[in-house]
Design a protein around this ligand. Structure first.
Ligand code: TNX
Length: 541
């Protein structure tokens, strides 16, 4: 009787098409995963998990904290989810692993079993599943019967975006966040101000955006000696910032904001001349329209120090989950400090003998302010000039691997982004088609092969991250930005996932896997550089 009832209800379920797990047809396709999981086993030519009915979570799973988080992560990765089902085919369990981002997957025709060491592993698990969607022999979407054990080598896997030089809308930023998440990148370093524009609303200092977010024109990105005559006015309101922060969080991405101190400060000083060295000859701050390094740096005065406290306090509120805040620190010319009587008096007062000590003073001040706000400090590698730089300061090594090694040897945690291979503003090739998209010249021909081969090894376990910086002086539109980012973002993702691991997959297989991602790029209508060096373009400038 019991069996009969069961059979009857199963038939009824089949008839209405909501039976929870029906096997797919055999699967012969192998997903091309980037980054490749550390361990991956697939049962070839076997039925897998059929996705036509979406993924179902039973009531218990839907109501558990872990289950809810998994449902959210799977939805964010693009899966059709059905919570609150009487019969589910999704199970989420904790696993023991020292790395909180470690996850395992066991896919059978009946079930998706996700094991996670911590909630932060869910986005990566969900994205592996999203990349693993293939077609069964009947052409239906399905996940292969497979077993995955995986975890990243580095906790900070990032991209730096530069909306200061050229605006990047909220919508486009979100689109880029989705692209990052697809490749398990989990940090957006947001370069929110620079000489050419201040882009984040700060309530206490409204002129930062009222004045500092506007410039009348810019140097042309092809011929830099010419101005383009196009005004730029752009900033993110605090609501925009919150929206982007929440969206990033839903994808497992933490945003690290950067406020440039004390250099790259023309826009800030133009908005508040009190921030500048007003008594230095030739003081005439303006939001810059050219590219380069400029002399208008912050003055070491009470107004500036209060400004730093106020701005960092608002920034910390807007980025509640950022464990560290970037204070810039790069490329600070000493000209104005040398010529400003007030800056010289400041040096005397502190018994400083060299202007670089003023920068060090700023660095220490920022560290202190951030500590009070409960955050750590990260800065460009120039912050190492400060003696007794706090041990917990994180150094972002951009000038060379040598600087990264120095930072590590002094006991600092390091994020690698050396210009020689991780500056995506430089070109990927030198063929004629590619030259259309050439960025600033300097370290050109940085293609995905170059990135994978570049030696980033440092002993001692101090490297916590790796990121690519997409400086945007010569990136005036999304079409170009995409081209500079894709597919190099994939190589960065794989390298950061495997950093230093002897099990790193061979580079030659990367090219093959990469090609399998073109349909994904196409589905997002992304401009990108193909693996053979030719561009795939949707629209030209
Ligand atoms: C140097 S790298 C900079 C940026 C520029 C980049 C490319 C670094 C920390 N500072 O301000 O955008 O070169 O020109």
């Amino acid at each position: 009787m019991h069996q009969l009832l069961l059979r009857f209800s199963l038939l009824a379920l089949l008839a209405t098409g909501i039976v929870s797990a029906q096997p797919s047809q055999p699967i012969s396709e192998q997903p091309a995963l980037i980054p490749l999981p550390l361990q991956y086993e697939q049962q070839m030519n076997q039925p897998g998990f059929l996705l036509t009915g979406g993924i179902k979570a039973d009531t218990a799973t839907s109501h558990s904290e872990l289950g809810r988080a998994a449902i959210r992560a799977l939805m964010a990765a693009g899966f059709e989810m059905h919570p609150e089902e009487t019969e589910g085919n999704l199970r989420v369990v904790p696993i023991n692993h020292i790395n909180p981002e470690a996850y395992s997957l066991k896919i059978t025709p009946q079930e998706i079993l996700i094991g996670i060491a911590g909630p932060q592993a869910l986005p990566a698990a969900a994205q592996t599943l999203a990349q693993a969607v293939v077609h069964d022999s009947a052409g239906q979407p399905a996940l292969p019967a497979m077993h995955v054990d995986d975890y990243p080598a580095l906790q900070h896997r990032g991209i730096m975006l530069d909306p200061s030089r050229h605006p990047i809308s909220v919508k486009d930023t979100k689109r880029l966040l989705s692209l990052m998440a697809r490749y398990k990148l989990n940090r957006l370093h947001w370069h929110l101000c620079d000489d050419q524009g201040w882009r984040i609303e700060i309530k206490k200092y409204p002129r930062l955006t009222a004045i500092g977010s506007k410039r009348p024109e810019s140097s042309d990105w092809v011929n830099q000696k010419q101005k383009d005559g196009k005004p730029v006015e752009f900033f993110y309101t605090q609501n925009d910032i919150r929206e982007v922060v929440e969206y990033a969080h839903s994808l497992g991405i933490t945003i690290i904001p950067e406020i440039e101190i004390p250099g790259h400060a023309c826009a800030a000083v133009a908005a508040y001349p009190e921030l500048g060295n007003q008594d230095s000859p030739g003081f005439a701050p303006r939001v810059e329209t050219g590219w380069g390094v400029f002399t208008h740096v912050m003055a070491p005065c009470d107004f500036t120090f209060r400004f730093i406290e106020d701005v960092l306090a608002e920034v910390c509120e807007l980025f509640p989950r950022a464990p560290y805040i970037h204070i810039g620190g790069d490329e600070v010319p000493h000209d104005q400090w040398k010529s400003s009587p007030a800056a010289q008096a400041f040096m005397k007062q502190h018994a400083y003998t060299h202007e670089s000590q003023i920068q060090d003073h700023f660095t220490h001040f920022c560290a202190q302010v951030l500590r009070k706000l409960g955050r750590r400090m990260v800065g460009w590698d120039e912050i190492m000039s400060a003696p007794q730089l706090p041990q917990d300061a994180i150094v972002m090594a951009w000038r060379s691997m040598g600087h990264a090694r120095i930072a590590a040897s002094r006991g600092h945690q390091v994020i690698l982004c050396p210009i020689q291979s991780f500056y995506f503003n430089f070109s990927q090739g030198n063929d004629p088609a590619d030259s259309f998209y050439t960025g600033l010249s300097g370290f050109d021909n940085i293609n995905w092969q170059h990135i994978l081969a570049f030696d980033t090894r440092i002993n001692g376990g101090k490297v916590i991250g790796m990121q690519a910086n997409l400086w945007s002086e010569c990136i005036p539109c999304m079409r170009k930005l995409e081209y500079m980012l894709v597919p190099r973002i994939c190589a960065l993702a794989e390298k950061a996932w495997y950093y230093h691991s002897s099990s790193a997959p061979a580079a030659e297989h990367f090219g093959q896997r990469l090609q399998a991602h073109y349909p994904y790029f196409d589905s997002l209508q992304l401009n990108f550089r193909q693996e053979d060096g030719t561009p795939r373009l949707y629209t030209a400038r």
